[in-house]
Design a protein around this ligand. Structure first.
Ligand SMILES: Nc1ncnc2c1ncn2[C@@H]1O[C@H](COP(=O)(O)OP(=O)(O)OP(=O)(O)O)[C@@H](O)[C@H]1O
Length: 623
């Protein structure tokens, strides 16, 4: 078995069988309907005026079919009457035909009005949902983004924002058709109530079939969310500017395509089996429905032949029956797709029910943030495990980051340096132990205020596809219009030398994603990202390998400036270059997430421990 097929077999084994027992019980499906009131409330809030207009037009539309059938009946009876009376006047028939014409035009106008309002309301709703989605995602914790179950929820919610507008039209059309049905049912019941029963017999099998297949289809799509996400990822990786370079160099195209084909083919086959069965059963149920209609038709014809009803009534009744059958079929099958839509809605709401844990809560009194920080940060036996990982990324970490000191973190790849920085900025909370700021747990401060006081530039900083000025301004987005501040941050981080060379200066779009964008070298991007740290008036600055891509001269200059510009501020530096590290007041060495030693460059060299060993190793490389 190849590596790929083994991995695939593992995935398939984990997934509930879509063609086996349904993933969701009937009770769950019915209970999903409880999401509809909340959904309708959201639609109403999107635009009460559009929603009201929509309901008004639909109510009018609901009454039209019965009115049109009734006019048609009058026309026929009048025609037959006129045919039997030689020399009779045409006037009544012209009036009736004119009325039917008017109703037809009115119906068309109403139909277009409803479609227009649906589309406007749907667009507004989709926009509003996307905004809510982004707002909510912005409040969630970083570790929630690193969890694949969360990602599946996010993915389903994202897909929902657009397709829910379809559900909206369906729910409204459902209400409209039910009202039309009631009007028609009154006429039919007055003639013979048994016809209503016959109608149900003709339609119910189709409804049951539809609901069954809808549920299967939902289970299939639901259980395939991770793979569909992978398919999107493969499609994106196989054809995007960001990956093109490595895909080409390593000849990965075939590998990606093979994986894509395998996954997409399996989904296609599963889905095909389902739709083929659905089509077969659908045809059978449609035949039962047609049988019911023709039985009723025969009965009504017999009544007309016996002279119990007029020809006009015959048309009215058979028209009502045919119309009701289509309506009822539509209502019932729409009911199951509304129920299905409500299931998807559950995913949408599930995402919004996810709550961040790192928030300001009422059960802990919030301390005002110290300005300035007096003592500093104390790590007390801090340990952290990433979600879903049994390994400790850091453990038993105890040390002090004094106020105003420059602390460098040294350790091999994977030692836990970035994790430590994420704990310091409360992107995560420790799994054990605690971090104190001026003697109080970090959790006693407002996380938003804490983050305002911390400026972090990560090694994998984001290359925003925005203008050069905006790329700096993201460090303090409230100041995006403050050109003086942006330019001074650029000067401090040496980004000004990069921006000066750009044809559009600060307005120049950078990155290649959009038209007119200019790409930068790794070091140039880094200088710009570094400028973000200077945009902030943070008391604690953290630079996680901020100079890795800089040349030796630029790095030296950056750190000279950094030392000057952060006078009196607390700073944490992560670097693999000892020439940089030695500039710090103290150096903390960690290994496999554990504390090894701490002290100044000279102290650590004198101690002859791990630091001096690593230092000697790097120095040897330069000799
Ligand atoms: N999001 C994550 N989920 C699970 N494990 C993670 C995650 N990020 C890091 N780790 C693990 O935690 C440990 C510490 O990683 P960390 O990124 O803190 O190391 P680092 O010292 O910054 O490394 P480097 O010098 O390579 O940047 C590593 O074993 C890593 O595999």
């Amino acid at each position: 078995m190849s590596w790929l097929s083994k991995k695939f077999a593992k995935i398939s084994a984990k997934r509930p069988r879509p063609d086996g027992k349904p993933a969701l019980s009937v009770r769950e499906r019915v209970s999903a309907l409880k999401n509809l009131p909340e959904f309708l409330r959201l639609i109403w809030e999107t635009s009460p005026s559009l929603a009201l207009a929509n309901i008004g037009l639909r109510l009018l539309r609901a009454a039209l079919p019965v009115a049109m059938l009734y006019v048609a009946r009058l026309i026929l009876d009048t025609v037959i009457g006129l045919a039997r009376t030689p020399g009779a006047s045409f006037t009544p028939i012209i009036g009736l035909v004119g009325l039917e014409f008017g109703l037809a035009i009115f119906s068309d106008v109403l139909g277009r009005g409803v479609a227009l309002l649906d589309s406007l309301l749907g667009d507004l709703f989709a926009n509003r949902s996307s905004v809510r989605l982004m707002e909510h995602a912005g409040q969630l914790d970083l570790d929630q983004f690193e969890d694949s179950v969360f990602y599946d929820k996010l993915e389903r919610a994202r897909r929902q924002t657009l397709s829910r507008t379809v559900l909206m039209s369906q729910v409204l059309s459902q209400a409209q058709d039910i009202i039309t049905m009631l009007f028609l049912a009154v006429g039919l019941a007055a003639f013979n109530p048994w016809l209503l029963l016959l109608l149900l017999v003709a339609v119910v099998p189709a409804f049951l079939g539809e609901s069954h297949f809808n549920e299967r289809s939902y289970s299939l799509v639901h259980s395939w969310t991770p793979e569909r996400r992978e398919l999107d990822y493969l499609r994106q990786t196989g054809a995007s500017d960001e990956t093109a370079k490595e895909v080409k160099i390593f000849g990965l195209s075939g590998f990606l395509i093979e994986r894509f084909k395998m996954l997409s083919d399996e989904f296609y086959q599963k889905n095909k089996a389902l739709v083929v069965r659905r089509a077969g059963w659908g045809a059978l149920f449609a035949a039962i429905g047609a049988g019911g209609y023709y039985a009723a038709y025969l009965y009504i014809i017999a009544q007309a032949i016996r002279g119990h009803i007029s020809i006009g009534q015959l048309t009215f009744l058979s028209g009502s029956f045919a119309r009701m059958r289509t309506l009822l079929e539509g209502i019932l099958s729409r009911f199951s797709s509304v129920a299905e839509g409500a299931l998807y809605l559950q995913d949408f709401f599930d995402f919004f029910h996810l709550q961040p844990r790192i928030v300001r809560t009422d059960d802990r009194p919030v301390r005002p943030f110290p300005r300035p920080i007096q003592q500093g940060f104390v790590f007390e036996n801090v340990g952290f495990q990433y979600r879903g990982s049994s390994k400790w990324a850091v453990r038993n970490l105890s040390f002090t980051l004094r106020a105003g000191e420059k602390l460098a973190l040294v350790g091999e790849n994977g030692a836990g340096k970035t994790t430590l920085v994420k704990l310091l900025s409360r992107l995560y909370d420790p799994s054990e132990g605690r971090i104190l700021l001026d003697g109080h747990d970090l959790r006693d401060y407002d996380p938003a205020e804490l983050r305002q006081e911390i400026g972090v530039i990560f090694q994998d900083f984001v290359r925003f596809q925005l203008s050069a000025g905006q790329n700096l301004a993201v460090g303090r987005i409230e100041e995006k219009e403050n050109t003086d501040r942006i330019q001074s941050a650029a000067a401090q981080s040496l980004a000004d030398t990069v921006i000066r060379k750009l044809p559009g200066g600060y307005e120049q779009m950078i990155g290649r994603r959009f038209a007119g964008g200019v790409d930068l070298s790794g070091g140039e991007w880094q200088k710009i990202a570094l400028g973000r740290a200077y945009m902030r008036e943070a008391q604690l600055l953290i630079l996680d390998e901020p100079t890795a891509a800089l040349d030796a001269r630029a790095e030296h200059e950056v750190f000279q400036r950094f030392a000057d510009l952060t006078q009196g501020k607390t700073a944490v530096l992560i670097s693999h270059r000892f020439s940089t590290v030695r500039m710090a007041d103290r150096i903390l060495v960690i290994e496999n997430g554990q504390f090894v030693e701490i002290g100044s460059h000279e102290e650590l060299l004198a101690r002859n421990g791990r630091y001096s060993e690593l230092f000697a190793l790097q120095a040897a490389g330069y000799r």
